[in-house]
Design a protein around this ligand. Structure first.
Ligand SMILES: Cc1ncc(COP(=O)(O)O)c(C=O)c1O
Length: 471
């Protein structure tokens, strides 16, 4: 493709992108295709001769778009959002055009130094203590794995990296029953072993029962095991429950155990002064992760990972082959030493673009509005005798179910499952579910970048009508 051809296609693409942003709300929010439908439309063999970009765009519109679930549609209420924003998309285009691989400072000093500064901005915005240093990772799952590996190395005196885990007494990691599955995945692949992950029961608000945590750690110690790490969650995936950091932190401190905090979604709410209570006990935190790619309008992927003591992190991950030796080593941050991958995208640019174009107040207003919309929805649900709220509404997630009269618990579960499928198959709105105390629960997340009270009001009317018309 010549520069002139590129220019022509880029202009056409901008039109396509602006049109998509304008009209995404009119598309079915959840893709309605059947398994194999896309696969079978793609030729079995690649073209031998060059094809035009116009032909590619034709197939993109006709084959790919029907198979896309539109996460940027404001009627997307499922999972946690993967929000983007025009400022983020524009910066991502610059990142793709530069195509820089930012593994070490020398391979793009601007990427390393902007990342360092953005992590300071974010750290201060969310209220983590001054000494914390941050790095951008691809996902919260990777960041949590990174935390578990660093905790493992700290606990074993960095012997795990050299000798393997054979000689260390059995390491134990703790989290609540509501913790995200990324913790279990991290434990599996860290060599600690899934059977050494202790899942602590939760209280009625679905936060970790800290008395049970204390008991579990002391019982493990008595049995000769070595408590290594506790993962606390701010904003669990099911209900956005907030674990009690202060109580958990004290236990960690008394036992010399690493405290990792997973705030993948709720971390963004910390930019609001009125949500700083979630960080009470922050002095005990060793590592902390949150995802600007969830609720901070920065398109996937962009995870902010912070550590109190960067030297332990670096000691766990650093490796120095000849081809990576530089004259600036030790003077600058070479982020390849701060996590698993060597190669790194220039992700700080989109964060810079988002924070500058929204401004802190713009970010705060949008997030605050999402939280207010969730509270409004919860108030509406509470007024209906045939619906019930199933968990405290803390940020932007409402957990509820339909409870028509005359059915037992099993039937009510099946009615709510049918309701969920029927809503999602309509293409009008998209919700996901969880199970709380054996109850099939609908989860509605009011945190899509462009969601408004009107979208939620309309969705709530669709839910009520669909539920009451179920056969
Ligand atoms: C609380 C929590 N932690 C971790 C994750 C994993 O996030 P990622 O997709 O960035 O790995 C999620 C995903 O929704 C989550 O809800």
């Amino acid at each position: 493709m010549t520069p002139d051809e590129f220019r022509k296609h880029a202009h056409e693409l901008f039109e396509w992108m602006a049109g998509y942003i304008e009209n995404v709300e009119k598309l079915p929010v959840k893709s309605q295709v059947k398994p194999g439908e896309i696969f079978n439309q793609i030729p079995d063999k690649p073209p031998l001769q060059p094809e035009s970009f116009d032909l590619l765009m034709k197939d993109f519109n006709e084959i790919i778009i029907p198979g896309i679930t539109h996460w940027q549609n404001p009627n997307f209420f499922a999972y946690f959002p993967a929000n983007t924003s025009p400022a983020s998309v524009l910066a991502e285009m610059l990142t793709a055009t530069l195509g820089a691989q930012c593994m070490i400072w020398e391979t793009s000093p601007a990427a390393a130094e902007l990342e360092e500064k953005m992590m300071i901005w974010l750290r201060d915005l969310i209220g983590l203590p001054n000494g914390f240093e941050g790095v951008i990772q691809d996902s919260a799952s990777t960041a949590t794995l990174t935390a578990i590996l660093t905790a493992r190395e700290k606990t074993t005196g960095f012997q795990g990296n050299t000798d393997g885990l054979n000689n260390s007494s059995c390491l134990k990691v703790y989290c609540s029953e509501q913790t995200h599955s990324s913790v279990e995945k991290g434990i599996k692949i860290s060599g600690i072993g899934r059977k050494n992950l202790v899942k602590i029961p939760v209280l009625v608000d679905f936060s970790m029962d800290t008395e049970k945590l204390k008991d579990a750690i002391s019982s493990d110690r008595k049995n000769g095991h070595t408590p290594c790490c506790v993962v606390a969650t701010l904003g669990t995936t099911g209900t956005t429950a907030i674990d009690n950091l202060k109580a958990i932190g004290k236990i960690c401190h008394e036992n010399g155990v690493w405290l990792h905090v997973d705030a993948a979604m709720a971390g963004t709410a910390l930019i609001l002064p009125e949500f700083q209570w979630m960080l009470e006990g922050k002095e005990y935190i060793d590592s902390f992760v949150f995802n600007p790619h969830k609720w901070m309008f920065t398109n996937f992927d962009c995870t902010a990972y912070f550590v109190k003591d960067a030297s332990s992190l670096i000691k766990t991950f650093e490796i120095l082959p000849e081809y990576l030796k530089t004259r600036t080593r030790g003077i600058v941050n070479d982020y390849r030493d701060w996590g698993v991958p060597l190669g790194r995208r220039f992700r700080a640019l989109k964060l810079w673009s988002v924070i500058r174009t929204y401004g802190v107040e713009g970010l705060r207003n949008t997030v605050r509005n999402h939280i207010a919309i969730a509270a409004e929805l919860a108030a509406k649900i509470s007024k209906e005798a045939d619906f019930e709220i199933l968990a405290p509404v803390i940020i932007s997630v409402v957990c509820f179910r339909y409870i028509p009269k005359g059915f037992n618990e099993e039937q009510i579960n099946s009615i709510n499952e049918t309701l969920n499928h029927q809503l999602n198959d309509s293409g009008k709105i998209y919700l996901s579910h969880t199970v709380l105390n054996g109850k099939y629960t609908l989860r509605m997340v009011t945190a899509q970048t462009n969601v408004t009270s009107e979208h939620v009001e309309k969705a709530w009317n669709i839910i009520k009508e669909t539920a009451r018309n179920l056969k």
